[in-house]
Design a protein around this ligand. Structure first.
Ligand code: HEM
Length: 155
């Protein structure tokens, strides 16, 4: 362990907290609270929330692997030395990143175009795809947080 480990690990965990916490808030609290709005208003709220949230997810998507690989190769030396929990976190982390990038370039891009055209049912369909991907990533993210925090005791 070198002296940088606590800082790099804190940065890694902060990025995870912002990404996973944002998904929990969006999926678990905001989504069920917007049901009383008409589709144009409801979709309008999401079209304003997503750019702000996704900008932070992009930061997390860069910070998490950078800090993760730093800890693996600089502090532990290799994946073997880091433990099975880090290998698991690595695989789950990349699945999450690929899902997010897909979400951004496919359904989210189409969602924005549909909002621009005021094609509300089309936008609602893409929002549904985004919701399912976010729900999947939220579960994977929660598993990864448990893995990261508890893994040193079993990995
Ligand atoms: C490229 C993918 C990733 C790599 C290489 C990686 C690597 C690491 C390493 C080496 C540690 C320190 C483990 C230890 O001290 O035993 C760690 C901790 C942690 N990671 Fe990851 N990680 C990755 C992705 C993620 C993702 C996607 C999340 C959550 C969304 C996450 C959440 C955490 C958490 C919460 C900790 C625990 C910090 C602590 O309690 O010390 N990691 N990660």
């Amino acid at each position: 362990m070198d002296q940088l480990f606590p800082y790099v690990n804190s940065l890694h965990t902060l990025a995870a907290v912002i990404w996973v916490g944002g998904m929990v808030f969006a999926w678990g609290f905001l989504r069920p609270s917007l049901g009383f709005l008409e589709p144009p208003q409801r979709l309008g709220v999401w079209s304003r929330v997503f750019p702000k949230f996704f900008m932070w997810v992009w930061i997390a998507v860069l910070v998490i692997p950078a800090t993760g690989y730093f800890m693996v190769f600089y502090d532990f030396g290799s994946f073997e030395a880091a433990g099975h929990h880090v290998e698991l976190m690595h695989i789950i982390g990349w699945i999450m990143i690929v899902l997010f990038v897909y979400l951004y370039v496919a359904p989210y891009k189409k969602f924005k175009a549909a909002i621009h055209d005021e094609a509300w049912p089309v936008a609602a369909g893409h929002l549904n795809t985004i919701r399912r991907i976010v729900a999947t990533n939220m579960v994977l993210g929660l598993i990864n947080v448990i893995t990261g925090v508890s893994g040193r005791f079993w990995g």
